[in-house]
Design a protein around this ligand. Structure first.
Ligand SMILES: NC(=O)C1=CN([C@@H]2O[C@H](COP(=O)(O)OP(=O)(O)OC[C@H]3O[C@@H](n4cnc5c(N)ncnc54)[C@H](OP(=O)(O)O)[C@@H]3O)[C@@H](O)[C@H]2O)C=CC1
Ligand SMILES: O=CCS(=O)(=O)O
Length: 254
């Protein structure tokens, strides 16, 4: 990261911070000097993460919330502003993957994926926008960032993945549209599209890892920290450099 600027004095809000990619990203951004707001439903996990960040000299705020409720998203952003007075970086990492045969899959699972992967991301982004634009004007770095965690499933569709694919294609499309809308105001929108990463995602429904390996064979999965590093690369670049999209696959994943 030759260009890397420190994030001291900035504030980052990370959804999905109780696990996997969101958790690793919160640790990485705190380590780069950002104050971090940790958002997910499982408060106990967020508290342990906040303690870990504080023990390493960082600053973390725990906000337990269900992001599928727009009023909760509003409360989350209000609490960040109340505590820190600004918001420079939003990382939308919360996500659900419930893949399986379409005839047997309950409609409720499809609804939940749309609610978390798309509606939750949309609600947080909408609430954060005015504060991110404000942060650009008051930051010595003169830039703010939204990093959306989509997926390689947001680029390539596959059988039994229809609604997860639909949500991730939507995230990739919305990110590009927002990028074009806000880039002249120095608010950067970026999308990261990971392949298989060792987190709890595949455990959210039985048979998903088997489904993956039947398609791609055995794969040495990425670590959550590999994706956190991509997020850190994006947000530490100076204002002139916008990293629009990063695809990160395990080397073994075709
Ligand atoms: N792991 C992988 O192979 C890949 C993951 N991704 C994407 O990366 C992102 C992170 O997933 P990953 O870390 O792997 O998975 P994890 O299951 O480890 O983490 C998912 C996170 O989402 C949070 N979350 C789920 N529902 C809600 C909700 N209603 N409100 C608030 N938070 C919620 C969970 O917290 P809690 O339950 O406490 O609310 C948890 O922190 C997702 O968007 C996923 O689609 C993309 C490609 C590959
Ligand atoms: O989001 C998941 C992408 S993959 O691990 O199935 O490639």
């Amino acid at each position: 990261m030759n260009n890397a600027e420190k994030l001291t004095g900035t504030v980052a809000l990370i959804t999905g911070a109780s696990s996997g990619i969101g958790q690793a990203t919160a640790i990485r951004l705190a380590n780069l000097g950002a104050s971090v707001a940790l958002v997910a439903r499982r408060q106990d996990r967020l508290e342990s993460l906040a303690n870990r960040i504080a023990a390493a000299g960082g600053t973390a705020l725990v906000i337990a919330a269900d992001i599928t409720d727009n009023h909760e998203a509003e409360r989350v952003v209000d609490q960040v502003i109340e505590r820190f007075g600004r918001l420079d970086t939003l990382v939308n990492a919360a996500g659900l993957m419930l893949n399986g045969p379409s005839v047997e899959s309950p409609l409720e699972e499809w609804d939940r994926m749309v609610d978390v992967n798309l509606r939750g991301l949309m609600y947080l982004t909408k609430q954060a926008l005015p504060h991110l634009l404000q942060a650009v004007t008051s930051s010595p770095r003169a830039v703010a960032d939204v990093v959306n965690i989509s997926s390689v499933a947001g680029r390539i569709a596959a059988p039994q993945v229809a609604i997860y694919n639909a949500t991730k294609f939507a995230v990739t499309a919305a990110t590009e549209a927002w990028r074009q809308e806000f880039t002249k105001q120095s608010l950067r929108f970026s999308v990261i599209e990971p392949g298989a990463t060792a987190t709890e995602l595949f455990e959210q429904k039985d048979g998903q890892w088997e489904g993956f390996t039947s398609m791609f064979g055995e794969v040495e999965r990425l670590h959550a920290e590999d994706i956190a590093e991509a997020a850190a690369f994006i947000v530490t670049n100076p204002r002139r450099v916008a990293i629009n999209e990063i695809v990160v696959r395990p080397t073994d994943q075709p």
